[in-house]
Design a protein around this ligand. Structure first.
Ligand SMILES: Nc1nc2c(ncn2[C@@H]2O[C@H](COP(=O)(O)OP(=O)(O)OP(=O)(O)O)[C@@H](O)[C@H]2O)c(=O)[nH]1
Ligand SMILES: [Mg+2]
Length: 298
């Protein structure tokens, strides 16, 4: 039997808790997009942490919610399937937002997770927002009293604080088995996925109200070239004409801003100069359209 410990860790929690930030911090690469807005992550994103003796395959998931659209239903299916494959669940809590104890919705979600019978490690995130770390002690005590968590770890994903301790704890719950993936590998998603996510990240950051939530990205062309710039064109899908007008902006200023920021991120990721073209298209009610969801990879 190998003495390597290896397995899957499902990162679960409410929207905006810091799940994607945590995975990126641990893996040391920007694999999952992060924005200040809730419901940023929509699919499962894998991040692989390896050292000489262990491999943790993290599954970042969309924030827990009660689905209203077909898209949100799919998002919660990803959470279910991540839970299914997990050897341990890492439940992330924004301890600043939940400083008076977990809300009822969180407790309901946790009750369902408990029924999987998997070990649940709580990560009390964003402790940097407290002036005095001691102020987190009552929250830790109230989490203890729930009797759901096998461990409770205070941390700040954004500052990479206490994440080493977390790794040590998670490894304990992994079965003894050989590496699933080449230890050099950080992720298994393809470049098209990263590119579309980087564009979506800029739409989230550069637009307001319902627009980010009504938007999807479809890569239309992805041409790798031996010499010169790679050519990538993508459609930004929205639900209404009014949203298209806002996203394009006066004289195209908004879409230009989104394109420039996305291109810089894509170039850094691909380590290649890129020519990026964006088109805004209206697809009414795509979030409830099974075929369209499928074509967007849900
Ligand atoms: N102060 C502070 N902010 C954090 C920390 N971790 C994450 N954040 C911020 O919290 C916001 C949400 O972070 P994400 O990583 O996108 O959260 P998420 O849980 O993946 O959110 P969804 O994908 O929407 O479910 C971002 O603005 C992060 O910068 C932390 O430790 N401290
Ligand atoms: Mg996320």
């Amino acid at each position: 039997m190998s003495d390597i410990k290896c397995g899957y860790v499902a990162i679960i929690g409410k929207p905006n808790a810091g799940k994607s930030t945590l995975m990126n911090s641990i893996v040391g690469a920007k694999l999952s997009i992060v924005t200040p807005k809730p419901q940023t992550t929509r699919k499962k994103v894998l991040g692989i942490f390896s050292d000489e003796k262990s491999q943790l395959v993290f599954i970042d998931t969309p924030g827990l919610l009660n689905p209203r659209y077909g898209m949100q239903k799919k998002m919660m299916e990803y959470v279910d399937s991540a839970l299914e494959s997990a050897d341990a669940v890492l439940y992330i809590i924004d301890c600043f937002a939940q400083k008076d104890g977990l809300d009822q919705q969180s407790l309901t979600f946790l009750d369902a997770i408990k029924h999987t019978g998997k070990p649940i490690v709580a990560l009390l995130n964003k402790i940097d927002l407290f002036k005095d770390v001691k102020d987190t002690l009552p929250i830790i005590a109230s989490l203890h009293s729930l009797g759901i968590f096998t461990e409770i770890v205070p941390a700040a994903a954004l500052k990479n604080a206490n994440t080493q301790e977390l790794i040590g704890i998670l490894v304990k719950y992994m079965p003894e088995q050989d590496y699933f993936y080449d230890p050099e590998l950080l992720s298994i998603q393809n470049e098209r996925f990263f590119v579309s996510e980087m564009i979506r990240e800029q739409v989230f950051k550069c637009s307001a109200e319902e627009i980010p939530y009504s938007t999807e990205i479809a890569i239309a062309e992805f041409k790798e070239r031996e010499t010169g710039k790679w050519y990538i064109s993508a459609d930004i899908i929205v639900e209404r004409k009014s949203q298209k007008i806002i996203l394009i902006g006066e004289k195209g200023a908004k879409i230009k801003q989104i394109g420039e920021k996305a291109r810089l991120a894509i170039e850094e990721h691909l380590e290649m100069p890129v020519y990026l073209e964006l088109f805004v298209k209206v697809r009414p009610k795509w979030r409830d359209n099974e075929n369209m969801l499928k074509s967007f990879g849900y």
